[in-house]
Design a protein around this ligand. Structure first.
Ligand SMILES: Nc1ncnc2c1ncn2[C@@H]1O[C@H](COP(=O)(O)OP(=O)(O)O)[C@@H](O)[C@H]1O
Ligand SMILES: [Mg+2]
Length: 363
């Protein structure tokens, strides 16, 4: 294998049980230098446990962890956390309260001569935009400033891998986007491989080169944000990123009839129940022209008439809820800007065939 092909971090077959429960189950992933992978999943799915095992503060029941090709953990080897070259940033990034900002940032540089360490601390404080903060104490800083000190502290020893567990969750909303972006810039600049844990899809979409979607201890789908969003592996993966609409039907001869016309449903057995999933922003609204809707076409299928049950303006978009005349199915459409039809109005809805996902119906 060439050096370029060796991932910075490689995890293979990682498993961890607590009692009878498999909290991490056969999890594998690889992250290249300079790449940000987000481990994304609902609370309790095993994200932090995975991170703690990679950091070396917990041990797996099975699996191998390599950093730059070197085994740091398998059934015989367990390199201690401080010798793995990993930087850690956890949810409560607790700075040492009795140390100054410079003391905190320089904490991991004990082996370095004082002058070099001081220069490195200065360089990092400059980089996280906190020049002149060296002598301050943590309690004198805002939440955002503390977060930047914690980032500088984690990066000071130039770790090969950065492990971050919900590092932005303590910050208030208005600060968060700016801090996410500047953190991402800095991580990219240092070329570290980053594994960032989050339960927020927006954060993962914003930060990740690759998302590893996790559920019940397993990675259910892995890929670029664009691919995960636009080609979800199953209904739950689709629903994790936005509200969804579900239209049910029965596949016959690889076709499923619905109030919106026929959908191609190849790969589903004759008589199999299927769910056609569509995000609210992909439900197209057409005006009712004296009771006649738009003509069917191959791109959008047929139009179905819906009665507006509620419409709300959310700022960037309006959400319009419908009851389908044909069978009472409830659907929600998201429309950019202001669109607030009154309840009871009749409108036509269409579904772009290349914007919907077909899954086997959940039992
Ligand atoms: N040391 C432990 N002993 C027993 N159960 C644990 C331990 N650590 C975590 N768990 C359980 O494992 C599950 C996954 O936890 P965690 O990895 O923290 O999830 P996440 O970070 O995705 O929210 C939870 O149900 C949690 O209660
Ligand atoms: Mg967690």
């Amino acid at each position: 294998m060439t050096e370029a092909a060796t991932p910075r971090l490689e995890v293979a077959g990682l498993s961890r049980r607590f009692g009878a429960r498999a909290v991490v189950a056969d999890l594998s992933l690889a992250i290249a230098a300079g790449q940000v992978t987000c481990l994304l999943g609902p609370s309790g799915c095993g994200k932090s446990t995975t991170l703690r095992i990679i950091a070396g503060v917990d041990r797996p029941d099975a699996g191998t962890i390599r950093i730059d090709g070197r085994v740091v953990c398998d059934d015989r080897v367990a390199v201690p956390p401080e010798r793995r070259s990993v930087g850690l940033m956890f949810q409560d990034f607790a700075l040492f309260p009795h140390l100054t900002v410079a003391g905190n940032v320089g904490f991991g540089l004990a082996g370095m001569d004082r002058q070099t360490a001081a220069a490195r601390v200065g360089e990092l404080l400059e980089r996280v935009n906190l020049p002149g903060f060296a002598a301050k104490y943590p309690h004198e800083l805002s939440g955002g400033e503390q977060q930047r000190v914690a980032l500088a502290r984690a990066l000071a020893p130039r770790p090969r891998v950065m492990l971050m567990d919900e590092p932005f969750s303590g910050l208030d909303n208005r600060l968060r986007d700016g801090i996410r972006d500047s953190t991402l810039d800095l991580l990219k600049e240092t070329g570290t491989a980053v594994l960032l844990v989050t339960h927020e899809p927006d954060e993962a979409m914003r930060m990740a080169d690759e998302i590893a979607l996790m559920r019940d201890g397993r990675i259910v789908q892995q890929g670029a944000p664009y691919n995960i969003y636009n080609a979800p592996a199953d209904r739950a993966a689709a629903a994790f990123f936005s509200d969804i609409n579900v239209i049910r039907g029965i596949s016959r001869g690889a076709l499923t009839e619905t109030p919106f016309g026929v959908f191609l449903t190849p790969g589903h057995a004759d008589g199999a129940a299927v769910e056609i999933v569509i995000r609210p922003q992909h439900l197209k609204i057409e005006l009712d022209r004296n009771g006649r809707g738009p003509s069917p076409d191959t791109r959008n299928g047929a139009a179905a008439r819906g009665i507006v049950t509620r419409a709300r303006f959310l700022g960037r978009e309006s959400l319009v809820e419908f009851r389908l005349e044909a069978d009472g199915t409830r659907l929600t459409a998201a429309v950019p800007g202001v669109f607030l039809p009154r309840a009871g109005a009749a409108l036509w809805l269409m579904i772009r065939r290349d914007r919907c996902f077909v899954f086997p119906a959940r039992p």
